[in-house]
Design a protein around this ligand. Structure first.
Ligand SMILES: [Zn+2]
Length: 143
């Protein structure tokens, strides 16, 4: 993708002038930031601020969720992730959930309220468990 940059100071470029109601040559007076400049219409001499179109904003939005650490394309749908686990491990018997039990990553849980879940992350006293509807943080390992 070509990087769009401001025209240099003292150069002219063609852009719309609202006062003239037409495209006019404008002289760049000064750069006010890396993406905006003060410009002057060569016909009506009106000053205005010219801002570059935000070409970077769309590219930035595409960054999250492109690839995981493992390099595979990240799934964005929770339902897909859960379904994949169910397909692989649906017949596996879950460990009945109890706050006193110490769970580990990847264990399957059978929760009385939320149903089957899979431990995504485990800390000393809490676990993130992927249930069908959402990921829930639960306490565990409580004596
Ligand atoms: Zn003008």
């Amino acid at each position: 993708m070509a990087q769009i940059t401001l025209p240099p100071v003292a150069k002219s470029f063609f852009t719309a002038c609202k006062k003239c109601g037409a495209d006019r040559y404008h002289t760049v007076l000064t750069h006010t930031s890396s993406t905006s400049a003060k410009i002057q219409c060569e016909v009506c001499k009106s000053n205005k601020t010219y801002t570059l179109p935000k070409a970077g904003s769309m590219a930035k939005k595409a960054v999250p969720g492109t690839k995981t650490k493992t390099g595979r394309v990240r799934k964005t749908s929770h339902a897909d992730d859960f379904q994949a686990l169910q397909t692989n491990r649906g017949t596996e018997k879950g460990i009945p959930f109890s706050i006193k039990t110490k769970f580990e990553v990847n264990q399957k849980i059978d929760h009385p309220t939320f149903g089957s879940g899979y431990v995504k992350t485990a800390q000393l006293d809490r676990i993130d468990v992927m249930f069908e509807g959402e990921v829930k943080t639960l306490m565990h390992n409580k004596v």
